[in-house]
Design a protein. Structure first.
Length: 459
């Protein structure tokens, strides 16, 4: 509604209608009376939010269950087999297969949306919801490509909606302690980080299953496979990636580095304000042939990023290890890299932590840890990740891992996923221009086109 045409009656619309219109146009925020919602973007604390859930099987089920104290107004999943448990828990909630039809059907009832689908459909679902004025919680990684990430962050920024990336550890206490220790100089200037993930290799490495792609399978009647593929390049149905293990296949997932990077990079990304790297270089397991194995990820990778000096800190080297590629042991500090976690090396020691919010962090060597006096807490603690998002919607603030934070964090993993396709090649990255400046072939994977019928604007 143009500002010039607003009337007195416009200011008395109901909460639900006002909420929808306010979040659809930035201009309205500045002229609507704050008394309507207790302030711009606020829902009265005593009122439940109306939430729709897209992708309710697998990991998506956690998002549904986290909303059980709100009003769940719609459930959407393309696979009735995966969704059956949630459907049994919430038998009276309307069900849909196509999120677009769901959003059309119950648009007026929805305040917020959770997205728990596979990586390749995050962007289309989240952007559609945001363009309709819905707050969004989206599982990690934020999207399947950097172009999709930028589109999501731009829409979130322009709409001023409350968003949250599903890297749950960002709301834990340990990651806040990690930041406080780093800022306090507990290990001096950080120079190098080794991030490692070595579990579930049978998920992320599908080399042995490649010959099975020649097999033909009937699509289960409980599955709408065309909707499952969504914007991705179409490949005939295979149980190799539906309903599980899609993370290992390049058209649908982002590999181990995309899946775990948002957890393992998060503490250092926050504490050191890393921003975007200027270069990335991948080494891969010797069994991997980028041309022969284009549909899968290697059984092991080592990916090296370089971040320029920023503020008071110097340059930082971040090295990712997964699968068969292992981080070296530090003999000086007697440190063995964790199975899943990171070693953060500083000029005066190191911090070792696990996954999900720097779980179990500790300072090494032991004598340094014994002498260290921990600083007072300076970062507010929160109840939980879903709770942080819901509270942010109610109070009119942003959540801790909103898309302006979670987007750039996700991009680090996605840059690594691109570098894996070109082993041994250093790729110099211009984040502002969103392109590699020295190797044009890699740019084809930065913002690949969607399948016909599915579109995402990158602006």
């Amino acid at each position: 509604m143009p500002i010039s045409k607003m009337t007195a009656s416009s200011k008395t619309v109901g909460r639900r209608e006002f909420f929808r219109r306010a979040t659809a146009g930035v201009a309205l925020f500045h002229i609507a009376p704050s008394s309507v919602l207790g302030g711009p973007h606020r829902t009265p604390p005593s009122e439940k939010l109306n939430v729709a859930c897209i992708g309710v099987g697998g990991r998506g089920a956690a998002g549904v269950r986290a909303m059980r104290n709100e009003n769940i107004v719609a459930l959407c999943d393309v696979d009735d087999r995966r969704a059956v448990a949630i459907y049994k828990e919430f038998p009276k909630v309307p069900r849909f297969r196509d999120f677009r039809k769901m959003l059309d059907a119950v648009d007026e009832k929805i305040d917020a949306v959770t997205v728990g689908t596979p990586d390749h459909t995050h962007a289309v679902a989240a952007i559609d919801a945001m363009r309709r004025g819905k707050h969004v919680y989206c599982e990690k990684p934020l999207a399947h490509s950097i172009g999709e990430v930028r589109a999501m962050t731009n829409v979130a920024r322009d709409s001023k909606l409350v968003t949250q990336l599903g890297n749950q550890g960002h709301s834990f206490g340990d990651i806040r302690s990690f930041c406080e220790w780093i800022w306090d100089g507990a290990i001096g200037q950080v120079t190098e980080i080794h991030a490692c993930s070595h579990d579930w290799q049978d998920v992320y490495c599908q080399v042995e299953n490649l010959p099975r792609l020649a097999e033909k399978h009937e699509v289960p009647q409980e599955l709408d496979y065309d909707l499952w593929v969504g914007p991705a390049e179409f490949h005939p149905y295979s149980p190799l990636w539906v309903p599980q293990n899609w993370r290992a296949w390049t058209p649908f997932g982002t590999g181990c580095i995309g899946d775990w990077g948002c957890h393992l990079f998060d503490p250092s990304f926050w504490a050191l304000d890393l921003g975007a790297p200027t270069s990335v270089r991948a080494e891969v397991d010797s069994s991997y042939d980028p041309k022969k194995h284009a549909l899968i990820y290697p059984c092991g990778t080592k990916v090296t990023y370089r971040f320029p000096a920023k503020g008071k800190r110097g340059s930082v080297k971040l090295i990712w290890f997964d699968g068969t590629m292992r981080a070296p042991r530090s003999e000086d500090l007697n440190i063995e890299a964790p199975h899943i976690g990171a070693v953060v090396y500083g000029e005066g020691g190191a911090i070792v932590h696990g996954s999900h919010g720097a779980h179990g962090l500790r300072i090494l060597p032991d004598e340094k840890a014994n002498d260290y006096k921990k600083p007072p807490q300076s970062i507010p603690r929160v109840k939980g990740h879903f709770e942080d998002w819901l509270e942010a919607i109610r109070t009119g603030r942003q959540a801790g891992s909103d898309f302006s934070y979670g987007g750039p964090l996700t991009e680090i993993g996605l840059l690594g996923a691109i570098a894996i396709r070109f082993p041994g090649q250093e790729l110099r990255w211009d984040a502002e221009a969103m392109k590699f400046t020295n190797f044009s072939a890699a740019n084809a994977y930065v913002a690949p086109a969607c399948r016909p019928g599915w579109t995402i604007s990158t602006l």
